[in-house]
Design a protein around this ligand. Structure first.
Ligand SMILES: CC(C)(COP(=O)(O)OP(=O)(O)OC[C@H]1O[C@@H](n2cnc3c(N)ncnc32)[C@H](O)[C@@H]1OP(=O)(O)O)[C@@H](O)C(=O)NCCC(=O)NCCS
Length: 172
């Protein structure tokens, strides 16, 4: 074994420090009737309305609100200051953002975080990223879209930044 191999081997030795390990779980969540949650999830101090479904590996943070009959598919992240209406579909890996780095990096205080409001009957495609915005009822957001501006006209939006592809009737 040469010196290089020895150094490689020693860098692979397990470290002895113990990290602080916190468990995921369901803590102080206000559930409506007939809610289904597939573990493991990390849901804390949020509210989830009647008939909604939350898939595995989802995190929903403090104060977030999910309406009735919503589906939140696996691997999505719904952060503090997000409100989602009724009958919404949040597909896999949708990421919400509350800290837009207004000061050029992570906000030094929560007062600089911004809220997001998603209306009713909104569908958000897989892997979309939603910055702090308002999205009107009936909007459809494409897979991989990055929503940077408020959406106030019901329609299909896609791309980065998300742009209107076509309008949809407001009530469907
Ligand atoms: C955005 C979406 C709803 C559009 O569907 P559509 O109205 O049938 O649109 P089309 O397929 O006719 O595409 C129209 C144009 O938008 C583009 N486009 C479609 N989806 C796109 C997307 N997600 N991102 C970027 N561009 C997209 C197409 O390439 C096409 O461009 P072109 O006119 O230059 O060829 C759909 O493509 C999508 O992303 N759905 C999300 C599905 C999903 O995540 N499901 C999760 C459950 S598995």
């Amino acid at each position: 074994m040469n010196e290089h191999d020895l150094r490689l081997r020693s860098s692979r030795q397990p470290r002895l420090e113990r990290p602080e390990v916190l468990d995921v779980g369901v803590v102080d969540v206000e559930f409506g009737k007939d809610v289904t949650v597939v573990q493991p999830v990390n849901l804390y101090r949020c509210a989830i309305g009647d008939g909604s479904f939350v898939g595995p590996f989802v995190e929903i943070q403090n104060g977030a609100n999910i309406g009735r009959r919503c589906r939140v598919q696996s691997h999505s992240f719904i952060c503090e200051l997000v409100t989602i209406g009724d009958d919404c579909f949040i597909s896999h890996g949708v990421m919400f953002i509350n800290d837009p780095f207004i000061t050029g990096g992570p906000a030094p205080e929560r007062a600089l975080w911004r809220k997001t409001k998603v209306g009713n009957h909104v569908s958000i495609g897989t892997n979309a990223t939603i910055l702090p915005v308002t999205i009107c009822d009936g909007a459809v957001i494409g897979a991989g879209a990055v929503v940077t501006r408020d959406i106030s006209v019901s329609g299909v939006y896609a791309g980065n930044p998300a742009r209107l592809l076509r309008r949809l009737p407001a009530t469907r």
